[in-house]
Design a protein around this ligand. Structure first.
Ligand SMILES: Nc1ncnc2c1ncn2[C@@H]1O[C@H](COP(=O)(O)OP(=O)(O)O)[C@@H](O)[C@H]1O
Ligand SMILES: [Mg+2]
Length: 314
């Protein structure tokens, strides 16, 4: 049973079709990435799933509860970190978390324990007495995550959690999200490509309100129809290396590049990425008594795939 189940969600604002018939499931413990450019509909989808917006059409359940009919139950089980999470800047970190715990209806006797856990989980020890407004963006985001987690939700929905952070803060927040995500189901959105590679087990690429691709980063490569490029240096004497490599089923072309010295010649092999061509090359080399001193595969980066899938053909 999926933890999050979304069917045909659609939302318009005036004449803008922000979310256009989106359907997907998220399984227990998955970290799902929404990847898409600005205006793709990521935030709108997240606001619908967290019951801040009602869809025009379609339905969704989170932890088995319906977003329209059981929104209170949904909210109990979901932690939502909005884009640019608003924080009360005049409170110190502990008072702020206590305030959030009260808003969340956490019993007073449990509050100190919960706050303690958030301080540990989110690394807030050093800034406990400081006002939220004085904190660096990285620490503010940690407070935001603590706020999102304080009621111990099974599901986390994080909207662009690293936007506006500097590179070292980004690394720390990603690490934290990975850690937090170990025991929970997470959806996070981003328009930054390395983010999904660093944190997500599966990706939905969203463009103009629609899911244009989904899968693991590796599966997306296959969807985009990317070819592998393999560089291999072989020493084979007088043998016809080109012809033998071209005989491998997945290989589409073999080009002889340069003399690599010591009797080695460097070849560029293009191949479909449906099977492991490198392994086939290696096998032929062994069978033929060739020597190999380089075998390197280049695959399409997620960036290439993203451009391919979100750029309209004209
Ligand atoms: N409250 C709103 N009123 C009018 N238009 C909106 C509103 N929220 C979002 N939109 C529009 O819906 C589209 C999707 O926006 P959004 O969900 O914020 O995308 P993303 O988060 O992927 O950048 C955009 O064209 C945006 O301008
Ligand atoms: Mg957004």
């Amino acid at each position: 049973m999926p933890v999050i189940s979304v069917r045909n969600l659609t939302k318009t604002f005036g004449r803008t079709l922000a979310v256009d018939d989106i359907t997907f499931d998220v399984g227990v413990g998955e970290v799902l990435g929404f990847l898409g450019p600005n205006g793709a509909g990521k935030t709108t989808t997240m606001r619908i799933l967290t019951c801040y917006l009602t869809p025009d059409r379609g339905s969704a359940t989170l932890a088995g509860y319906d977003i329209r009919d059981e929104s209170l139950e949904v909210r109990k089980r979901v932690g939502y970190l909005p884009e640019n999470a608003p924080l009360y800047e005049d409170m110190d970190v502990v008072s702020y978390l206590a305030f959030i715990a009260a808003v969340r209806g956490i019993p007073g006797v449990e509050t100190p324990g919960r706050i303690r856990r958030m301080i540990d989980t989110c690394g807030l020890e050093k800034v406990l007495g400081r006002n939220v407004g004085e904190l660096s963006k990285g620490y503010k985001q940690r407070v935001g995550l603590a706020q999102t987690l304080i009621h111990d939700p099974d599901i986390l929905i994080l909207d662009e959690p690293t936007t506006g952070l500097d590179p070292s803060q980004i690394i720390e927040i990603r690490k934290l999200i990975k850690e937090i995500g170990k025991e929970r189901t997470v959806i996070l959105s981003t328009h930054i490509l390395p983010e999904v590679e660093a944190t997500c087990s599966r990706v939905l690429i969203i463009n103009e309100g629609r899911i244009v691709a989904s899968g693991t980063p590796r599966e997306l490569q296959a969807i985009a129809g990317g070819e592998d490029t393999i560089y291999v240096s072989i020493s084979a004497g007088e043998e016809p290396v080109d012809a033998k490599l071209a005989g491998i089923r997945s290989v589409t072309s073999v080009s002889r590049m340069t003399d690599a010295g010591g009797g080695y010649v460097r070849y560029l092999v293009k191949a479909g990425n449906d099977e492991d061509t490198g392994e086939a090359i290696f096998r032929i080399a062994v069978e033929s008594n060739w020597k190999i001193n380089e075998l390197r595969r280049e695959t399409l980066s997620l960036e290439d795939i993203f451009l391919k899938l979100t750029t309209r053909e004209t």
